[in-house]
Design a protein around this ligand. Structure first.
Ligand code: ADP
Ligand code: MG
Length: 247
C-alpha cells in the first residue's frame, strides 16, 4: 500500500436545523470538527444521524443554521461545488456495475472535475493502490467482495481529493468477516490526516479511533466528548440506556 497524506479541513456546524416537509428532524445542531480528526456519531435508529450528514453535504438543504468548511460558510456555494470538497461513503456502495474498479474511481475526476482521462486514470490507480486494491483494478464490482467494493467506494471518494470524508454506516451491510478491513482502512485515513465524520454502530471503532464521539437522539446532540467520557462516564439517562442496549 502506498502511503498518502491528506489535508483535512476543519468543519463546523452552527445551529443546523433540517426538516422533511413539516417534520423537523435536526434541531439546532452545533458541532466542531478540527482538521485531521475523526468524529463518530452514535445514536438509535431514526435519531437523525444520516440527516446530519445529508445536511453537511447538502443532499438535503438545511432550514437554517450554517456549515463552515475550512472556516468559511458554504451554504451559498453551489451544492455541486461543495460535493467536490466533501467525500461521502454510504452503507450500500453504489458502484457502477458495468465499469471496472479503476473506471469507477476515475469517472468523477474525469467527468466531474474535467481532468484529462489519462490523468484521471493515473489518480484512480494510485487511490486503488492506497486502499490495497491495486491488483483488482480491472475487476468489475460483481467480482469483488463487499469489503473490496466498499474500499473501491472509498477510493472513489478519495479520488476527488476531499477535505472532509463522511461515512454513513459504511460497514453495516458487510459480512462480519469483511468489516475489519474497511474499519482498518478508515482508521488509516484518519491517521494520515483526513477529517472524518463517521456514523457507526461499531462502538469498538468509535472508542479506539474517534477524537470525539457524539450521541444523537431525536434530532439533537445529547452528549459529545472524548470516547472515554461518553463510553465510561455517560451523563444523560438516554445515553446510558443506549449504551446498555448496544454494548
Ligand atoms: P438515522 O440515520 O439516525 O437512523 P435518519 O436521519 O435517517 O436517522 O432519520 C431521522 C428521522 O427523519 C426519522 O424519523 C426518519 O423517519 C425521518 N426521515 C428520514 N428521511 C426522510 C425523508 N426522506 N422524508 C421524511 N422523513 C425522513
Ligand atoms: Mg441512518
Amino acid at each position: 500500500m502506498t502511503e498518502a497524506s491528506w489535508k483535512g479541513a476543519s468543519l463546523e456546524l452552527r445551529n443546523l436545523s433540517l426538516a422533511y416537509g413539516p417534520i423537523e428532524v435536526l434541531r439546532r445542531v452545533s458541532l466542531t470538527v478540527a482538521p485531521g480528526t475523526t468524529t463518530c456519531i452514535i445514536g438509535p435508529s431514526g435519531s437523525g444521524k444520516s440527516t446530519l450528514l445529508r445536511g453537511i453535504n447538502r443532499l438535503h438543504e438545511p432550514q437554517s443554521g450554517d456549515v463552515l468548511l475550512a472556516g468559511r460558510s458554504v451554504l451559498r456555494d453551489k451544492p455541486d461545488a461543495l460535493r467536490l470538497r466533501i467525500g461521502m461513503v454510504f452503507q450500500h456502495f453504489n458502484l457502477f456495475p458495468d465499469h471496472s474498479a479503476l473506471e469507477n474511481v476515475a469517472l468523477a475526476p474525469w467527468k466531474v472535475k474535467g481532468l484529462p482521462k489519462s490523468q484521471a486514470m493515473a489518480i484512480a490507480r494510485q487511490r486503488l493502490d492506497e486502499v490495497g486494491l491495486g491488483q483488482r483494478a480491472d475487476h468489475h464490482p460483481r467480482d469483488l467482495s463487499g469489503g473490496q467494493q466498499q474500499r473501491v467506494a472509498i477510493a472513489r471518494a478519495l479520488a476527488m481529493d476531499p477535505e472532509v470524508m463522511l461515512f454513513d454506516e459504511a460497514t453495516s451491510a458487510l459480512d462480519p468477516e469483511l468489516v475489519k478491513g474497511v474499519l482498518t482502512l478508515m482508521a488509516d485515513l484518519c491517521r494520515r490526516g483526513m477529517t472524518m465524520v463517521v456514523v457507526t454502530h461499531e462502538m469498538g471503532f468509535a472508542r479506539k479511533v474517534a477524537d470525539q464521539v457524539v450521541f444523537m437522539d431525536e434530532g439533537e446532540i445529547i452528549e459529545a466528548g472524548s470516547p472515554a467520557a461518553l463510553f465510561d462516564n455517560p451523563q444523560s439517562p438516554r445515553l446510558q440506556r443506549f449504551l446498555s442496549e448496544v454494548l
